[in-house]
Design a protein around this ligand. Sequence first.
Ligand code: ADP
Length: 295
Amino acid sequence: TLCTVGHAALDHCFSIADFPPAPTKTPARHYQAISGGMAANASIAAVRLGATVRLHGAIGDDDAGDFLVRCLSASGVDCRQLQRVAGAASSVSAVVIDARGERQIFNHRGDALARAAALDTGVLAGCDVLMADPRWMPGALAALRWARQAGVPSLLDGDLSPTEDLQALAALADWAVFSESGLAAFAPQATLADGLGAALASGAQLAAVTLGARGVRWQRPGGPVRSLPAFPVQAVDTNGAGDVFHAALAMAMARSLPDEDAMRFACAAAALKCQRPGGVAHGPDCAEVEQLLAA
Ligand code: ADP
């Protein structure tokens, strides 16, 4: 069982031909409401890869929250630990995508996570691997502390967030896996290698940074910086690639795969997602990943 801790949001996605040069009314070619947020996205991606997933976080008792529970449950994610906070607003985004795939996002974070009750770590019993994002700090800190004590492998999805938050989380996570902007926030002014070194110095057993089409780099304490290129695929939509990567990596950790095999598995899963339009709901299943790895 993968336990995820963090953010769930409702994304209103509008596809348009071109961004207007100045604010105006622009007709959309296509509209879809989907669930978003790092922990929620990784949860859906992991279910598609065959994992049993429980999501821990908080949403409001509003319509957006109803939508999220419906959507995530229909995707196979266990939402029983997703708190419905009375009177709180769920996170909602307007995501506008042009014909070239460029994205503009307007986000209202809502106050559900800020007003959530403390995470009762008792509900993590049975967890084989934990993944946390930085959007629900008290929940992530409690869960990562629990995992360290319980000897359960843990993964931080280190996306762009306040430096102090990322530093506190990296000190508790076994694997601290950053996006490029997340690593820059974690270690401002540092090179990639120095950033990875800083994550290891703070206590992580493995530090990594995902680099989009340039693949991934990672390091263990005292070891060299290792890297893998991205799988050479025709990318049509990289939306959700990072979430699929984290989901796949968490599953590889649960299986105790060697570092390079784990990274290759995650890169293959993320590359398959990039080949298809749409979000994590269009992520690959495990057989597709194995097939790409065997090719
Ligand atoms: P995020 O979405 O969090 O910014 P990245 O863009 O770094 O994450 O992508 C995560 C992983 O997805 C990369 O490490 C890589 O393995 C894979 N990936 C991303 N873009 C591509 C691409 N164009 N082609 C193949 N793989 C990709």
